[in-house]
Design a protein around this ligand. Structure first.
Ligand SMILES: Cc1ncc(COP(=O)(O)O)c(C=O)c1O
Length: 373
């Protein structure tokens, strides 16, 4: 387990912030990197054309280490929605085929697929909440060659259920099914390996488990889709983008790899250095170590106030949803906030998502108040 890391964050004593799945706090180093980046724009004469690309290439390389892919496979995007939309616009779906989603899946990973289904004459197939909590088996039971796209997460966000993406990926390849992943609730806190899973697209928004500012995100695009159509047709994705004086020599070519899918103005001088600082720290800690450390905290809570919404063998260690017989009372969150304890309610679950800035003391305080209430 990693030792407590709260000193790296701006969390006052007495605050038990157990809500990373909502939005992470930022480390001091991340805020400093962002402030310094913002201040650069006060002196634009010091910003060169190379500066538009150097930092983003560093970030691409770091993101590649999180995905386990090459830097060429990474695009820089502002949100999970943007990445999923990129995937949705590049996936051919034949009439009568199916697009697979999970019950209670996050809306940004449902609405685009509903649109694609209605435009192409395909059908949405929703995997119901499994009685035994095993989302992987529930997916594998319905995954056959009638499924054109499996649009899935690694962690189902209202249950904390973990999907075995390597097994699902293998089955997708056997059936000719494209695999489009929303890793927003897992990347950075649970190991992922694009080489083993072989998804077609995988996106993660930055502001949760990547400990980054809002409006940042990273998108993995498999090599076979890297000739696809980006959402935007701007200048910065083009093969002459680094030569500012020549931008009006319009070109049909793009920068190599997944760079054509980068968002416009991806060189954001305030945000990119911040994400770099955050991802460097995550890689220094190690994703496996982060996962184990958070897992120790969530298991401690289950021992005191369990059960979890899904059994331990099917649960993501970093992500705990407590689901009792009755839905949580609407007053619960404000009663907890009175004690300076912060969690979320999602669906019928109380969602508790600590990180390495939390201590066993935070978890014990939450347990004590939940039992009292
Ligand atoms: C599973 C999941 N995906 C994506 C998002 C965020 O989506 P976007 O970046 O499009 O706002 C959230 C936010 O709660 C989420 O829980």
């Amino acid at each position: 387990m990693l030792p407590g890391q709260s000193d790296l964050f701006d969390i006052p004593k007495g605050v038990a912030y157990l809500n990373c799945a909502y939005m992470s706090p930022l480390m001091h180093s991340v805020v400093e990197a962002s402030s310094a980046g913002l201040a650069r724009k006060a002196r634009p004469w010091e910003i060169t054309s190379d500066d538009f690309f150097e930092q983003t290439e560093i970030l691409r390389g770091l993101a590649a280490r999180l995905f386990c892919c090459t830097a060429d496979d990474v695009a820089l995007v502002p949100s999970a929605s943007y990445g999923i939309e990129t995937a949705a616009r590049n996936q051919p779906v034949a009439r009568g085929k199916k697009i697979l989603v999970l019950a209670e899946q996050f809306p940004s990973h449902v609405y685009p697929w509903r649109r694609v289904a209605s435009e192409s004459g395909a059908e949405i197939l929703t995997v119901g909440w499994p009685e035994d909590g095993d989302w992987t088996s529930a997916v594998l039971r319905v995954l056959d060659d009638s499924v054109a796209i499996a649009a899935l997460p690694h962690t189902q966000w209202t249950s904390g259920g973990l999907l075995d993406l390597e097994r699902i990926g293998r089955e997708c390849r056997r059936n000719g099914t494209a695999l489009v992943l929303d890793l927003t609730q897992s990347l950075g806190a649970y190991p992922f390996d694009a080489e083993k899973v072989q998804p077609d697209f995988a996106v993660a928004a930055g502001y949760k488990w990547l400990l980054s500012p809002y409006s940042t995100g990273i998108l993995y695009v498999a090599p076979k889709w890297q000739q696809g159509r980006p959402l935007e047709d701007g200048w910065v994705q083009r093969d002459n983008a680094r030569r500012f004086a020549e931008l009006i020599h319009y070109t049909g070519g793009y920068l190599p790899g997944a760079r054509r899918f980068d968002m416009g103005e991806h060189s954001n001088f305030a945000l990119v250095p911040a994400v770099i600082a955050a991802v460097r720290q995550i890689l220094d800690w190690g994703v496996e170590e982060i996962s184990q450390s958070i897992g120790g905290l969530t298991r401690r809570l289950i021992e005191r106030v369990g059960p979890a919404a899904v059994p331990e063998q099917f649960r993501a260690p970093h992500y705990l949803c407590l689901r009792g017989a009755a839905s949580p009372s609407p007053a619960l969150l404000s009663r907890l906030a009175d004690e300076r304890i912060y969690v979320s309610v999602r669906g019928a679950s109380i969602r508790v998502t600590p990180h390495v800035y939390n201590s066993t003391h935070d978890v014990d305080r939450l347990a004590e108040v939940l039992l009292r209430l």
